[in-house]
Design a protein around this ligand. Structure first.
Ligand code: UDX
Length: 450
């Protein structure tokens, strides 16, 4: 099928490339001329493992190309995917201006019947508004359907090509039929399809992210009690996660969640419910608990520094999670702002996200090229992103580089015994502090089964 994908961001670029890999002929469109130019030169503007290679392959076989002209791409396509940004709106909820303007261009350019697939995350009911708008703008039938993405940054290609499920939202059998045709190669491999109304599909996306965020805020809140009574939240995680009704995933206590989805989607859900006169008691607590979790971690760093003058903190990680260069809503920023306000000098290192972070933080901190440079002379190391590079460190070398002796593990990802064997203090989230020489070598200190 001939497909146009409007928006070459994290979702559009991955979706367009994967649709090409499924055998479709895809034109990926972006309004940013520089981005289209880079893509045409084989330069990929985002870090997503495996994406550059897949783009190169799909361009080489002639299934994928890039353009700046939405109208032109619409006219040569049967189906148009809208994957443009839906950033948070100041008054709460979403700013859908990019989405509606792209839909308007598509409708006005349509030179025959089209299917318009809303891939961007939208509030329930938005698809119907788009359908009403395009029906007034075009004499041709434009079938508006919803196909939410469940892509995690860092594993986006795998999440697209080996999905837990694919959701189709449509108001007619024709819409479902077109989506089935597009995803036929995955259906043939046995991946599960759920067809439902547009509103149900739109709400499914929100409910999925809100559920995942709830789990994280839940375990983070319980970790505060664990910290207070000397329990170990990692043991508790295994103790509850082995209940098949609960499962261990998305129950990792830490510094709090970030990213372009959870914070935005949870607040949009709360906003929409309040707009409808509903009272989201539980959902309102998810974001508040997350904000508090970041503040608690920052305060613990200051407690360890204990008002030391000319204190230096080495922040390990700037991305909102490992395997991405995305810093949107990164917990690292909340921690860094708190440290700077307290007069602390901050040095930071991130394998991928230094440049994206610099666009936000400017020169308020020192960006280091290596972990050693970042760690040199630091009183405290604060790990805020769980990059593998940090987990497999030589702690004797780290201890020699530091001026102080304290490691704060904001992601509970380090082998505490190795840290303390190097003569360092190990602090984590919802786990007892370990002094030099304490704790087990290698393991995370989680109780073994049986
Ligand atoms: C999320 C959803 O997982 C994905 O399905 C949706 O399409 C987009 O939003 P993403 O934001 O890329 O994906 O990252 P994810 O892996 O879900 O992590 C989100 C945040 O939660 C990160 O900051 C991560 O560090 C944090 N997290 C995740 C935890 O704190 N604990 C966990 O157990 C898991």
């Amino acid at each position: 099928m001939k497909i146009a994908v409007i928006g070459c961001g994290y979702v559009g670029l991955v979706s367009g490339t994967c649709l090409a890999a499924l055998g479709h002929h895809v034109v990926a469109v972006d309004v940013m001329e520089e981005r289209v130019k880079q893509l045409r030169q084989g330069i990929v503007p985002i870090y997503e493992p495996g994406l550059s290679e897949l783009i190169r392959n799909e361009v080489a076989v002639g299934r994928l190309s890039f353009d700046i002209d939405t109208a032109k791409a619409t006219q040569s396509a049967e189906t148009i995917f809208l994957a443009v940004g839906t950033p948070p709106a100041k008054e709460g909820g979403y700013d859908f201006s990019y989405l509606f303007s792209a839909a308007e261009i598509v409708a006005k350019a349509a030179n025959g019947p089209k299917t318009l697939v809303v891939k961007s995350t939208v509030s329930p009911g938005t698809g119907s508004k788009i359908a009403q708008m395009v029906a007034k703008l075009s004499p041709h039938k434009i079938e508006v359907v919803n196909n939410p993405e469940f892509l995690r940054e860092g594993t986006a290609i795998q999440d697209f090509m080996q999905p837990d499920r694919i959701v189709f939202g449509a108001s007619s059998p024709a819409g479902i039929a077109t989506l089935r045709e597009i995803y036929q190669p995955l259906i043939d491999k046995g991946y599960e399809i759920f067809s439902m109304s547009r509103e149900s599909a739109e709400l499914t996306k929100f409910a999925a992210n809100a559920m995942l965020a709830t789990r994280i805020s839940f375990i983070n809140e319980v970790s505060q009690l664990a910290q207070a009574i000397g329990a170990d939240i990692e043991s508790v995680r295994m103790g509850i996660g082995t209940d098949k009704r609960i499962g261990p995933a998305f129950l990792k206590a830490g510094i709090g969640y970030g990213g372009s989805c959870f914070p935005k989607d949870v607040q949009a859900l709360v906003h929409q419910m309040k707009t409808l006169g509903l009272n989201p008691l539980l959902l309102s607590g998810i974001e508040a608990a997350n904000t508090r979790q970041k503040q608690i971690f920052a305060k613990r760093i200051l407690d360890v520094i204990n008002d030391k003058k000319d204190a230096v903190v080495a922040v390990w990680g700037l991305a909102f999670k490992a395997d991405t260069d995305d810093v949107r809503e990164s917990p690292a920023f909340d921690v860094i702002e708190t440290l700077l306000k307290a007069g602390v000098t901050v040095k930071a290192y991130d394998p991928q996200a230094a440049e994206t972070a610099r666009k936000v933080l400017g020169d308020k901190i020192t960006y280091c090229k290596t972990l050693a440079e970042c760690t040199w002379g630091a009183d405290v190391v604060a790990l805020v992103t769980n990059w593998n590079e940090f987990i497999t460190q030589n702690w004797e070398m780290i201890a020699k580089l530091m001026r102080g002796k304290h490691i704060l593990d904001g992601r509970n990802c380090l082998a505490s015994g190795r840290v303390t064997a190097a003569g360092l203090h190990y602090h984590a989230v919802g786990r007892p502090e370990l002094k030099p020489g304490e704790g087990k070598m290698g393991s995370m200190g989680v109780v073994s089964a049986g």
